[in-house]
Design a binder for this molecule. Structure first.
Ligand code: BV8
Length: 266
């Protein structure tokens, strides 16, 4: 089902789906770059998905790093500066509120920006690592980065190059992290899929695990994706608007944002 705009879209969600979400015990939210877009952090693809001269398909790879570690660190430091300036947006805030509301809740994020933790989430599964950590390319020593790196490329005490602690294209995700995420997806009564083009695997396959296990999949995106072909409902609009409207409906059932009682299932 495809509907436009926040209030109209959310008001038209089928009653049975609403009851399922309200009664849900185990809920997960799979997020992509689109959830951070409204914090001013550019996405990878789609409208506004620009990083200027930095070609992420080349730079977010082991080959790109070994070829030019300085350029790769220049790009990550630019992203650290963008993220440093950014603040969580209403979509992040709703996802943080969800963690308090649902008994068994996980955010499964493809993002490396740490914005879900800044918004207050604690049960965050970071599929692709975190831009605020770096590790030694020789012995894996991990260091937390309190802010945008200074000198680039940073060097470990052992003298070897440090690299961002993120998963590049062509690198395997941590099997343990992927198993926890897959388990959460399989066990979810409801999975919200927010702001992802669902192009990058294996993350893109997670919503289908929820669906195949009998769970409900609810998508929020600016435009249709592969998930739209099997989601129980897709809301097309900005996550920063749709998520608060959805949350108002889910968390305060008697009144909807327009003040009218919600439309009961016929
Ligand atoms: C692996 C960290 C194997 C780095 C990232 C199966 C099929 C096809 C390809 C593959 C496959 N299996 C593996 C592959 C290859 C590859 C892949 O998926 N390629 C794709 C591009 C075809 N996958 C991998 O390489 C993965 N590794 O599988 O390894 C292996 C096994 C053993 C041994 C060795 C190897 C690793 C993938 C991880 C890559 N790293 N990030 C960094 O960030 O610098 S992925 C990167 O893309 C980001 O994490 C980003 O989050 C992620 C996914 O993109 P999205 O989040 O969806 O962002 P995008 O810009 O694409 O879309 C934004 C969406 O938001 C859009 O839909 C837009 O409409 C929407 N939007 C925008 N604004 C808003 C909005 N929605 C709502 N409101 C808004 N305001």
């Amino acid at each position: 089902m495809v509907t436009p705009g926040p209030a109209a879209a959310v008001a038209s969600v089928p009653g049975h789906l609403l009851r399922t979400v309200r009664a849900a015990r185990r809920v997960s939210v799979l997020t992509g770059a689109g959830v951070s877009a409204e914090s001013g952090i550019p996405t990878f693809r789609g409208a506004g998905g620009i990083w200027g001269k930095y070609d992420y398909t080349r730079l977010a790879t082991p080959a790109g790093f070994s070829e030019d570690p300085r350029l790769v660190w220049e790009w990550y430091r630019l992203r650290q500066r963008e993220i440093w300036k950014a603040r969580p947006n209403p979509a992040h805030d709703v996802i943080a509120a969800m963690e308090m509301r649902f008994e068994d809740f996980h955010v499964i994020t493809q993002n490396i920006d740490g914005m879900h933790e800044r918004a207050g989430n604690r049960k965050v599964i970071e599929l692709h690592g975190n831009i605020w950590r770096m590790r030694c390319t020789r012995d894996g020593t991990m260091i937390g980065i309190p802010g945008p790196v200074g000198e680039i490329p940073p060097v470990c005490q052992c003298g070897s190059l440090m690299r961002p602690d993120v998963v590049w294209f062509g690198e395997a995700l941590s099997p343990a992290v992927l198993e926890v995420a897959s388990q959460a997806a399989r066990e979810s009564d409801v999975m919200f899929v927010v702001g992802t083009s669902a192009v990058v695997h294996p993350a893109a396959a997670l919503p289908a695990l929820t669906k195949d296990s009998g769970g409900v999949v609810i998508e929020v995106n600016l435009e249709p994706t592969d998930v739209s072909t099997y989601a129980d409902v897709s809301f097309f609009g900005r996550a920063g608007e749709i998520m608060p409207a959805l949350w108002t409906l889910i968390s305060s059932p008697e009144r909807f944002m327009t003040g009218h009682p919600i439309i009961r299932d016929r």
